[in-house]
Design a protein around this ligand. Structure first.
Ligand code: ATP
Ligand code: MG
Length: 408
């Protein structure tokens, strides 16, 4: 991508109401545009990060046999009324809208009801099971507070996966596979070392749910962890009874803040029963389908990664999610000619700052944008037949022969 050709511009200041670091940097660096509190547009760079995150998740979920689909945003109240979730919310998080022809529709805050309802058209026998489907979808929640940048949106991207089984054992086995896939996903997304599977409240249908919590000073959640971080609990289940249940009585726990990047639940019959999702078993008897649901906050994950690694100069992306691998700058006549040559054929991996600006300004923008490696080819480095590479994360620079650069 050529910076001279894109419409995006880096900004000196973030909007006044953008108090979160991730939001401020992502806006200033041209990754997102803020429409209003908790509502962001994804610009070309931001979309590339989202797509990289999605690709990692897709890869890991397809490997364990999940199928991708896309459910509707507009929701018919009917299935939600059967589970009591259309009106009877402690806090109403729905955005609802009136039909001109009469009646009300909602914008989906999640998709358990519609996916359960949909499966009634396809699942009828034990031979049809198990099934696991997922989507990347925009969710709408009328959140009370949206002050954490991408970490809490009123319109946000979620990956939601739903699984359907003939038995609790089959659900348990699949749940374990998802836990493993999630660990690989967060590892690959660059936050494996600071993200922990955490016991959280599970509602009435199973003892616990599991969250994946990324330790973060500005995280909205409070978690407790033992010495080797082998037992991590959300504050909501941190009590003597649960500690005993987990065999962790008497251990010392530390408190810290964290951001919930994922949450997985064994739903069992929670939605399949009220919505009547049944199957005929081997003995010709009707049974209720067992379900699990597994969410990852895609836009929150992007915000968390930005928040976690940003320094006082700007964003710092892990290689795997970065929109580009190289941030190229040419200086001087020969330097620019050589940079042009390097850029040709590498348009998809190189962000090329070919704007008519001073080098100092370009360096500052490179730091703000956070691409992993900066390559500078200048008349001066070319005198030795070299280019200079700088690692955004460590700030370390080294030189590399131009011939070697082109080979790599
Ligand atoms: P929270 O407790 O943070 O409000 P939740 O438990 O209500 O989240 P889930 O319904 O479990 O969220 O949604 C699955 C995932 O979607 C969460 O783990 C989180 O990563 C993400 N998510 C939830 N709400 C938001 C939001 N308002 N903005 C961005 N991401 C969100
Ligand atoms: Mg949750």
């Amino acid at each position: 991508m050529r910076l001279s050709k894109t419409f995006i511009k880096t900004l000196r200041e973030a909007p006044k109401d953008e108090t979160a670091k991730n939001g401020a940097y992502l806006i200033r660096a041209g990754y997102v545009h803020k429409e209003m509190a908790g509502v962001y547009d994804y610009l070309p760079l931001g979309l590339r990060v989202i797509d990289n995150i999605k690709a990692i998740i897709r890869d890991e979920l397809n490997r364990i046999g999940c199928e991708e689909l896309s459910l509707t945003t507009l929701q018919n109240p009917e299935p939600w009324e059967k589970t009591g979730r259309f009106d009877d919310q402690e806090v109403d998080i729905w955005f609802k809208t009136e039909l001109t022809s009469g009646g009300v529709l909602g914008l989906a805050p999640t998709h358990e009801e519609p996916v359960t309802n949909l499966m009634k058209s396809y699942l009828s026998s034990y031979k049809d099971l198990p099934v696991a489907v997922y989507q990347f979808q925009t969710k709408f929640r009328n959140e009370l507070r949206a002050k954490s940048g991408l970490m809490r949106g009123r319109e946000f991207l979620m990956k939601d996966l739903y699984s359907f089984h003939t038995s609790e054992e089959d659900l348990d086995a699949f749940y374990t596979k998802v836990e493993d896939a999630y660990r690989r996903i967060f590892e690959r997304a660059g936050i494996g070392g600071c993200t922990y599977e955490t016991f959280a409240s599970g509602g009435i249908f199973s003892k616990y749910s599991h969250e994946f919590q990324t330790m973060l000073p500005v995280g909205e959640d409070t978690i407790y962890y033992n010495n080797d971080k082998s037992v991590v609990l959300n504050k909501e289940v941190y009590n003597d009874e649960v500690l005993a249940d987990l065999g962790a009585s008497g251990e010392t726990f530390e408190e810290t803040t964290a951001a919930e990047v994922a949450n997985i639940f064994k739903l069992k019959h929670k939605y399949s029963k009220p919505l009547g999702l049944n199957f005929i078993d081997e003995n010709n008897k009707q049974q209720t389908v067992y379900m699990g649901c597994y969410g990852i906050g895609i836009s929150r994950l992007m915000g968390v990664i930005a928040e976690k690694y940003a320094d006082d100069k700007g964003l710092v992306w892990p290689d795997t999610v970065a929109p580009f691998q190289y941030h190229l700058i040419g200086i001087g006549e020969k330097g620019i000619a050589e940079a042009e040559k390097f850029y040709a054929g590498r348009e998809n991996r190189v962000l090329y700052d070919d704007r008519d600006k001073r080098p100092g300004e370009k360096f500052a923008d490179a730091e703000l944008m956070g691409i992993p490696l900066r390559i500078v080819i200048s008349d001066r480095t070319l005198e030795e037949g070299m280019a200079e590479i700088t690692d955004r994360k460590t700030g370390k620079s080294w030189t590399i022969a131009i011939s070697e650069l082109f080979e790599k």
